[in-house]
Design a protein around this ligand. Structure first.
Ligand code: HEC
Ligand code: HEC
Length: 366
């Protein structure tokens, strides 16, 4: 990786740390407020032009990373709120909580992080979730790729695909997958709802984020001298990692204490890869003991990735940052995918313990 990228990811790591310091306290203080002029851009910063991913400048790349982290924070907050409500009163009442909380959560994250952020889709549940103009054409093509656009004033916009993870089917799945109480709650709150009938892995919608240029420092370009072990071309596994995991676990896999567990040196990452593959496909939620440290969050699964993609991604994780575990190949992913096909919820501690006992007796993967 060239050192300009390294600096970009150091900056993004810093923004992640800062954002969590901010996100975990009670409310924004004066100093934590977004800088002047960084509010939600309802009037818009002028003309927008699409930018191809390979043409992003180092500054735009840093803004895109900041957008990715904002997406991670918002996804986590939304799902945390929804799953908590579902545990208390079932998914029907969680629909109501989501109806009330989705907008304030987006507004709060916009303000705290100095970005504009929202969710959208071509098949909307809430008709107010229209895409911003700069993203509309791309979203309507249905092409399942992250999209970037730059405005006159330097603002970077990006639209990031959202795929259906297992627990989402309770509220967005086929008729027979919707949790009890959900059809009634949808009828009541979203009479025009178009957002059911999805299957695990389907493109459900998009996060869109606008990052003003002053939010992210311009990375300094330094001569490429101090890179010892870094390859200059990113591997396919590394690209996938950056797209699907780095927003929460960090580009260096170190995570964020108490919020996002590290992927460096943990037993799930380094041991038999069955649980790691399972968690990557279907996500994990609720209280989780990661080698003695307690977490209690939600991670979406990425079942839409192909066997080969999951293999490359996990091989990257298992052989980077000091991890030294065996590679994962596509046939291993296929085995775990087939054997967990019927799973309709994210993994949790109990199910993972049961899985570990099962493979201790008789491994799925040789
Ligand atoms: C408890 C039910 C529930 C669950 C579980 C749920 N959603 Fe939703 N979803 C909703 C509701 C309600 C809205 C409308 C929120 C609003 O008013 O903005 C919504 C809106 C959305 C939108 C915005 C576009 C639109 O249609 O308005 C996306 C994208 C989305 N959900 C994706 C997901 C994904 C992905 C998951 C799983 C990680 C998920 N949802 C889980 C109920 C749910
Ligand atoms: C939206 C944030 C988010 C994203 C994106 C994300 N994770 Fe996670 N991940 C979490 C959270 C939160 C937990 C802890 C979940 C819990 O407490 O139940 C977790 C836990 C894990 C664990 C188990 C604990 C450990 O560290 O060994 C692994 C492995 C993991 N994630 C891998 C991945 C991989 C691979 C990807 C990319 C495909 C990914 N994660 C993407 C938030 C995320």
């Amino acid at each position: 990786m060239p050192s300009s990228h390294r600096i970009t990811f150091l900056i993004s790591l810093l923004t992640i740390l800062i954002s969590f310091l901010i996100a975990c306290d009670d409310g924004p203080s004066e100093a934590e407020r977004a800088p002047e002029g960084a509010e939600k851009s309802s009037t818009g910063p002028g003309q927008w032009e699409p930018v191809a991913p390979e043409e992003l400048t180092a500054h735009q790349q840093a803004m895109a990373d900041y957008a990715g982290t904002s997406r991670g924070v918002m996804g986590q907050r939304l799902m945390g709120t929804v799953m908590e409500a579902a545990e208390e009163g079932g998914f029907g009442s969680a629909v109501e909580v989501c109806a009330q909380e989705a907008e304030p959560i987006a507004a709060e994250i916009s303000q705290r992080r100095g970005v504009a952020i929202g969710r959208t889709s071509t098949e909307l549940r809430n008709p107010d979730n229209q895409p911003p103009e700069w993203a509309r054409d791309h979203i309507e093509t249905g092409v399942d790729d992250q999209f970037y656009a730059a405005a006159d004033d330097g603002t970077l916009g990006t639209a990031i695909p959202i795929h259906l993870a297992a627990p989402c089917a309770n509220c967005h799945g086929e008729a027979d997958q919707l949790a009890s109480g959900v059809p009634e709650a949808l009828e009541l709150h979203y009479p025009e709802d178009r957002a059911t009938g999805y299957q695990k892995g389907d493109l459900r919608g998009w996060f869109w984020v606008e990052v003003p240029p002053e939010i992210v420092e311009i990375p300094e370009l330094e001569p490429e001298a101090d890179d010892e072990n870094e390859e200059s071309a990113a591997s396919p596994g590394e690209d996938l990692y950056v797209d699907y995991c780095a927003a929460c676990h960090g580009r260096d896999g170190e995570g964020t204490p108490k919020v996002f567990p590290p992927l460096v040196g943990t037993s799930m990452v380094q041991d038999d890869p069955t649980a790691l593959i399972a968690v990557t496909l279907d996500g994990v939620s609720g209280p989780l003991d990661v080698d003695g440290d307690e977490y209690d969050g939600f991670m979406p699964g990425q079942a839409q990735l192909s066997d080969q993609e999951v293999a490359e991604l996990l091989t990257y994780i298992r052989t980077s940052w000091g991890n030294e575990a065996e590679e994962v190949d596509a046939s291993m992913v296929r085995t775990v995918r087939d054997r967990t096909m019927d799973r309709t919820s994210a993994w949790n501690q109990d199910d993972l313990d049961a899985l570990r006992r099962e493979i201790d007796d008789e491994p799925w993967i040789e």
